[in-house]
Ligand binder design. Sequence first.
Ligand SMILES: Cc1cc2nc3c(=O)[nH]c(=O)nc-3n(C[C@H](O)[C@H](O)[C@H](O)COP(=O)(O)OP(=O)(O)OC[C@H]3O[C@@H](n4cnc5c(N)ncnc54)[C@H](O)[C@@H]3O)c2cc1C
Length: 467
Amino acid sequence: MAAVLGLATIEELRQSVHGAVIAPSDAGYDEARAVWNGMIDRRPALVVRCADPADVVAAVQFARSQGLEIAVRGGGHSLPGFSTVDGGLVIDLSPMRAVAVDVPGRRAVVGGGATWADVDQATQAAGLAVTGGLVSTTGVGGFTLGGGVGWLMRRYGLASDSLVGAEVVNADGSLVRASESENADLLWGLRGGGGNFAVVTSFEFRLFPVGPTILGGPIFYPGAQTADVLRAWRTATTAMPDDLTTLVSLGSAPPIPPIPEAWHGQPVATVIGAFAGEIADGHAPVAPLRTLGDPVADLLGEMPYLILQSLVDPGWGPGARNYFTSSFLADLPDAAIDILAAAHGSRPSPFNEIHIHQMGGAAARVGADASAFGNREAPFLLNIVTRWLDPAEDEQELAWARGLRDAMAPFATGGTYVNFLGIGDARVRDAYDAQRYARLVELKRRWDPTNAFHLNQNIDPNGGVGG
Ligand SMILES: Cc1cc2nc3c(=O)[nH]c(=O)nc-3n(C[C@H](O)[C@H](O)[C@H](O)COP(=O)(O)OP(=O)(O)OC[C@H]3O[C@@H](n4cnc5c(N)ncnc54)[C@H](O)[C@@H]3O)c2cc1C
């Protein structure tokens, strides 16, 4: 592709943008093309590191005039590798990560390539936050556009529920604003409809008072007690206030000092909670989480919100091989718990985790007119997270994850979450009910009729199933 483009053409692009334009022959190409998931190894014709919205306009126009496929990169954490492309042009927003906080107005304007670490650090300086990711290196872009499930969601909704405005570059290269009063249809689509409609150069979020210290953290239970812990947790969730968001992760104990050394690497059921209200009000609601079994270590306590937000970062660096697959669950009956506990015991990789997110609260109280995100009525969200190092193990890992997903199908709603789908999971229609999907198709026809932005959980403007 680069040869087809010609050096003179690339040079013209270089002259017209403020950021770097990186071609395969340039130093730094391999670093520029690398994404988080080590299973993805693609060779774009160009990576345009956009410094500002004008660069994004230039990159979109250049790609379209040269007939290049467009990949948009926020934080680069897409599981299926949507933020890179063989032979096409990557619009890399990572230089655009400034966060401007309006403290009295409780708003933040966040660059399209920012990570949650960028946002949390800037907003926590003022004791404010918006629902962010469980791993702080995740990009705000893909995370928010897909929905955004995090520790504050039962109190303050998903990340996308707090999205009040966005500056975007659309498919014909124009700068457009979306808000409640301007292009409100587009704002609706950006709240859960993914990167289908435009490149978002900045997100504007509503912020809430959170921290700087909150009550939260993990409690580790022996893997042998997984089924009992899940049963007790299921019961406990029925009485939890919206201030408390919890998750059970079936994985291995991390090698950290507060956990007795004999447990390092052993199977554990980890219950993690975050209380978003006043700390004094949180001790009673979190108490039941401490007695779900016989804890190996109880680290739930007062901690800086910034620490909670980066607590599991060390286990989730770039480069390993990863596949996620996900379903909303209608219920968690004993039969489902037995399947989950057995799968916990049969994980092929010790890095694999099975996450059961507690949904509900504020995230469940958002109407269809406010947001494209669907499946809000489901009480639980299952995310099967596989992670391994050796390509020879790909097949057994994918088989284990998909086997578990299929075994859990009788307890699932049929719905899924676009951001927790991995390579080959063409289930975009399951993320939306029929009415929402029809509205998304209409929106796609209006904003991107030729599907220039198709490297995402794709809404086909012709109404077919994308992916
Ligand atoms: C380690 C890890 C932890 C995670 N934790 C959570 C979690 O706690 N909660 C949760 O809900 N999800 C979580 N996810 C899933 C995450 O939300 C998705 O992987 C998301 O797509 C990542 O966004 P990104 O910007 O980093 O990805 P990218 O790979 O950069 O982009 C993903 C998609 O979004 C589009 N996109 C990104 N930025 C923009 C933009 N500015 N404008 C237009 N389109 C854009 C891209 O084109 C692409 O289609 C996690 C993923 C990983 C790998």
